[in-house]
Design a protein around this ligand. Structure first.
Ligand code: COA
Length: 625
């Protein structure tokens, strides 16, 4: 309890400004102020939903025991007292959850960012295979991001909607010019976009060497793609040595180790200034070596790994600063994507920026040779002492182990996309989630705690809540699906009921009425009030419920791309998908060290589940029901 209180006051270093302190103004502020505040759901409702959500994933005995604890939580007055505390917090703050969530989900999380926290994203292979093509594409991409940034700076970014409701746009203001900073017990995130003199440079990294590239002229206009291209060529030519220390790899380490190494690193003034330049830069661009050639069918999964972790100390991992909020990756062989630090934002704002950039790169280029000679981009130097070298070696070793352990499969499901469930008047997201439940059940013979992110952005500073996709209804369907004694029409009915139950859950979640963040709030309120932890948070069912063997997320895009992330538990899976109209991009991750999991096997089972569910529905057209 005290440890938590102590962690809560950890501050970022003096020269850095935490983003929660930023001032915003104008149209953006007016929109933000008009958004509703995140409600605290009624206690009874959340507890009822919690008990229902446990039914498919715990034993009958465990459930009965938990039901008793829940009743005690209510009758003893403990629950009500904590609820009142939460309601007071909600009255006093802009969002009762956001600070807590930022700390518990991200800043106090000590596992390495690589694989465990930073999502990666892979674009379709670009059609260049040489240096010219690589630098030309990178230049267009940079120009495209600056074009998007102009909309953020002018506050002209169109407001997004979900379910007819306008969404909080705050995350867009956090993804550029920001960086995570390691701390001994808690990290911080710094954002420089609203400081008096916002940064005018990006970071470019090639052969483990970092550069500060100014992307604006002194009159405030951005460099053109041609000018950026010339600058990238200069960077490339002055970083041909391949024997440099991969200092960036330090950021891949366990957060406590990195925090310690960080203090050692920035003791040196030159290093401190280089680190500061990276932290302040608008974003980073990693010019990678070609990804090792693999068989065509393995290409996607292989590149996904490259985007998530860079392939290790010998390959491209030293070409990253994993704390940087946004890093675009462009390799010489046409493999491209990005990796981002999660504390600042969820996937959707990153994707909409990317959709914009990809559209931008397709526009015909205005050919205009640079008229003014541009200065050489500044090389960011690092003095590597024996102690720092030792830290780099340790980080390399640890990353090597993590890379070996990652089992990732990226696949395109070509048979149908959102169009099919829609034609059956079913929610595509719920249909896909149900297929995942079926795939998992067929593999393990049971359901597991399943997490799907639901947006809370209909509320001011909202992030996410949890849709629990393993429901009483989904379990009834998956059990029936392969049962020879169940008539087909009944399976269809169970499928439809399960899809509807998922969609209802989603609707509740985006209205701020899911129970997961509410329970988290009650737990943290107990910590803050220094009362003993209520039994409902100490029992076996709670542990099972929080052990998300399926951690999933829909991240839709207009571009043919897919996001990916590691599983959140050692014996689980991370699943992400981008449903397009006529096909679906999927990524599935697992850990090799767990004998029971296999990303490829679950992906194949998912494919079969989707096809079987379609066959079931097509065998029983709705009119005949
Ligand atoms: N019949 C026909 N069409 C239907 C339908 C039905 N019964 N139900 C839904 N649809 C349509 C929708 O109108 C929508 O149409 P569109 O393609 O024209 O937009 C489409 O199907 C998709 O709807 P659905 O599949 O139900 O999902 P959704 O778009 O509402 O998304 C979530 C559901 C949970 C993904 C979304 O609410 C959310 O919260 N997203 C944020 C997740 C997030 O933050 N992820 C990142 C974490 S890093």
């Amino acid at each position: 309890m005290l440890a938590f209180a102590a962690r809560a006051v950890v501050k970022p270093p003096g020269f850095l400004k935490p983003f929660s302190l930023m001032k915003v103004s104008g149209r953006f502020k007016a929109h933000q102020d008009s958004l509703p505040r995140l409600p605290v759901p009624p206690l009874q409702q959340s507890l009822d939903h919690y008990l229902k959500a446990l039914q498919p994933i715990v034993s009958k005995e465990e459930w009965i025991q938990t039901k008793q604890l829940v009743e005690e939580f209510q009758t003893s007055g403990v629950g009500e007292r904590l609820q009142k505390g939460l309601e007071r917090r909600a009255k006093k703050s802009e969002n009762w959850l956001s600070e807590w969530w930022l700390k518990t989900a991200y800043l106090q999380y000590r596992q390495p960012l690589v694989i465990h926290s930073n999502p990666g994203l892979m674009l379709p292979k670009q059609d260049f295979v040489d240096l010219q093509g690589q630098l030309r594409f990178a230049a267009r991409l940079i120009e495209g991001v600056l074009d998007f940034k102009a909309m953020i700076d002018n506050e002209t970014l169109p407001v997004e909607y979900l379910g007819g409701k306008p969404l909080c746009m705050n995350q867009y203001y956090q993804i550029l010019s920001s960086c995570r900073v390691p701390g001994p017990k808690q990290d911080s995130v710094v954002n420089f976009s609203k400081v008096k003199k916002p940064p005018l440079h990006i970071t470019v990294v090639h052969n483990f060497q970092f550069f500060e590239l100014d992307v604006y002229h002194s009159d405030g206009t951005p460099l053109t793609a041609d000018q950026i291209f010339v600058q990238l060529e200069k960077i490339w030519n002055s970083s041909l040595q391949t024997n440099k220390e991969p200092v960036g790899i330090l950021t891949s380490n366990h957060r406590n180790s990195w925090a310690k190494a960080y203090n050692t690193l920035i003791k040196d003034k030159v290093n401190r200034e280089s680190v500061r330049s990276i932290q302040q830069s608008i974003f980073a661009v990693c010019l990678d070596r070609p990804v090792p050639r693999v068989a065509d069918e393995a290409y996607r999964s292989h590149v996904a790994g490259q985007m998530l972790h860079g392939g290790g100390g010998q390959l491209n991992s030293g070409n990253r600063w994993f704390d940087k909020t946004l890093q675009f990756i462009v390799a010489e062989d046409g493999s491209c994507g990005l990796v981002y630090e999660h504390a600042a934002a969820e996937g959707p704002p990153i994707i909409s920026l990317l959709d914009h950039v990809i559209e931008f790169t397709k526009k015909p280029e205005l050919v205009s040779p640079p008229t003014v000679p541009l200065p050489m981009p500044r090389k960011l130097r690092f003095n590597i002492t024996p102690e720092i070298k030792k830290d780099i070696e340790k980080a390399k070793q640890n990353l090597g182990i993590m890379i070996q352990d990652l089992d990732i499969t990226v696949m395109v499901f070509h048979h149908f996309g959102k169009d099919f469930p829609k034609s059956e008047k079913l929610s595509p997201d719920a249909f896909i989630q149900l297929a995942l439940q079926l795939a998992y059940y067929r593999t393990y013979g049971q359901a597991c705690a399943t997490y799907e992110s639901a947006s809370l952005r209909a509320f001011h500073l909202g992030r996410t809540d949890t849709i629990r996709s393993a429901t009483v209804e989904s379990l009834a369907f998956v059990r029936a699906m392969d049962g020879s004694s169940v008539p087909e029409h009944q399976k269809v009915e169970l499928l439809r009921r399960a899809v509807q139950a998922h969609r209802d859950y989603t609707d509740r979640a985006i209205r701020g009425e899911a129970f997961d963040r509410h329970l988290l709030g009650l737990r943290l309120q107990a910590v803050e009030d220094l009362v003993s932890m209520p039994d409902i948070f100490m029992d076996a069912s709670y542990a099972v419920a929080m052990h998300f063997k399926l951690s999933t997320s829909q991240v839709p895009a207009k571009t043919d791309c897919v996001m990916f992330f590691g599983p959140v538990v050692p014996d689980g899976y991370g699943v992400c998908y981008n449903p397009r109209e006529a096909h679906i991009h999927f990524s599935v991750s697992a850990y090799n060290s767990c004998a029971e999991t296999s990303a490829g096997r679950l992906a194949r089972s998912l494919e079969r589940a989707l096809l079987d569910m379609r066959a079931l529905l097509q065998g029983h057209p709705r009119a005949k029901l």
